[in-house]
Write a protein of this length. Structure first.
Ligand code: NAD
Length: 297
C-alpha cells in the first residue's frame, strides 16, 4: 500500500536512476529528483513528470526518505555530509527521523562510517545496492541487496518493491559487500567467456557457435546468456553500465576480501585485467567492451 504522504527524494538520475524514479512515480509515490547534471533532471521531468530541487539542501527539506544512486561511496558521502569544500549538502535540509537509502554500489566500510556519522544528525542509513542492469531497472526486476536495521528496512519494503526483488543481507554495509562480490563473479565470468571466444575464433570456431554451445552446457553464465548476443557479437557495446564502474566494484570486492584475510588470487587477476582495459578504453566505455579489449590483445 503506497503511503501517499511519504515524500521521496532521489539523487543521481543517470542510466539507472532514471528508470528507477520512473517506476516509483508509476507506483504512486511523490518523487523529487536532483542531479548535478541539469540535463538529467530535465530528462527525468520530461519522462516521468516528477518534481526537481535546485539544491541538495532543498531536496533534503522536501523529503522524508532520500535514495542515492550515485557513481560511488565517496560521492555519496560528499552529497550527504558535504566535504572537499562542497557547501551544499543533504544534511543541511534533511530533518531528524528521516532515512537515507544508498542504492549506489558503494564501499561497504565507508557505508558503516557514514551510518555512524549520520547518527549525530538523527538520520538513519540503509544500503540497498542493485543488480540487473538498465534492463532490470526499467522492468523493476532488479535484485536489491539490503543492509542495515531490519525493522527499518521493512518500513521501506513497499517503496523498494516498486523497483525490484528484495533480499535482506545483514547489518549496515552487508548489502554493499554482497553487491561488489556479485560483480566480481560477473566480471570474472564475462572476461573468461571473452577469452574463450577469442581462442575459439583462432581455432576456427564461429563466436556465436561457441556461445550457443556454452549456453547449452556447463560453462554458461549471465554474460554468455545475455550479453554476448545482445551487446558484444553484434558490435553494439551498449549495455549501459560503464567499464570504470565495473573496475570500481572489483576494486571494492578485493578490498573486502583483504579486510577478511582472503587471498582471492583469481579476483586480483581479474581486477588487473579490468584495470588494463580501463586504461586502454577509458572509464566511460561500456563494460561489455572488455570483450573487444581481450580480443585485441
Ligand atoms: P550514471 O553515471 O549513469 O549515473 C550517475 C548519476 O549521478 C549521473 O547522472 C551524474 O550526473 C550524477 N552525479 C554524479 N555526481 C553527482 C553529485 N555530486 N551530485 C548529484 N549528482 C551526481 O551511473 P549508473 O550506471 O546509473 O550507476 C549508478 C550506480 O549504480 C553506480 O554505483 C553503479 O555502479 C551502480 N549500478 C549500475 C548498473 C548499470 O547497469 N548501469 C547496474 C547496477 C548498479
Amino acid at each position: 500500500m503506497v503511503d501517499q504522504n511519504l515524500r521521496i527524494g532521489f539523487i543521481g538520475i543517470g542510466n539507472m536512476g532514471n528508470p528507477m524514479t520512473g517506476n516509483l512515480v508509476k507506483a504512486g509515490w511523490k518523487v523529487t529528483g536532483y542531479d548535478a547534471d541539469a540535463s538529467k533532471m530535465r530528462a527525468f521531468t520530461a519522462a516521468h513528470g516528477g518534481a526537481t530541487a535546485a539544491s541538495l539542501a532543498e531536496l533534503g527539506g522536501k523529503s522524508d526518505v532520500v535514495i542515492t544512486m550515485l557513481p560511488d561511496g565517496h560521492i555519496v558521502r560528499r552529497v550527504v555530509l558535504g566535504a572537499d569544500g562542497a557547501d551544499d549538502c543533504l544534511v543541511k535540509g534533511l530533518a531528524k527521523g528521516t532515512t537515507i537509502i544508498d542504492m549506489s554500489s558503494s564501499a561497504p566500510v565507508g557505508t558503516r562510517k557514514l551510518g555512524e556519522d549520520l547518527r549525530q544528525y538523527g538520520i538513519a542509513l540503509l544500503d540497498a545496492p542493485v543488480s540487473g542492469g538498465v534492463k532490470g531497472a526499467v522492468a523493476a526486476t532488479m535484485s536489491i541487496m539490503i543492509g542495515g536495521d531490519r525493522a527499518l528496512a521493512e518500513r521501506y519494503d513497499a517503496l523498494l518493491s516498486a523497483m525490484g526483488k528484495r533480499f535482506y543481507v545483514g547489518s549496515l554495509g552487508a548489502g554493499h559487500a554482497a553487491k561488489v562480490l556479485n560483480n566480481y563473479v560477473s566480471a570474472a565470468g564475462l572476461a573468461a567467456a571473452a577469452e574463450a571466444v577469442r581462442v575459439a575464433e583462432r581455432f576456427g570456431i564461429e563466436p556465436q557457435v561457441l556461445v550457443n554451445v556454452i549456453n547449452a552446457s556447463t560453462g554458461r553464465n549471465n554474460s554468455t546468456e545475455n550479453k554476448f548476443t545482445q551487446f558484444i557479437l553484434n558490435g553494439k557495446f551498449n549495455a549501459g553500465f560503464a567499464l570504470g564502474l565495473m573496475a570500481k566494484d572489483l576494486t571494492l570486492a578485493m578490498e573486502v576480501a583483504e579486510a577478511c584475510n582472503v587471498p582471492a588470487e583469481l579476483g586480483h587477476a581479474t581486477l588487473a585485467l579490468w584495470k588494463k582495459a580501463e586504461s586502454a578504453l577509458g572509464a566511460k566505455a561500456d563494460h561489455t567492451e572488455i570483450a573487444r579489449y581481450v580480443n585485441e590483445q
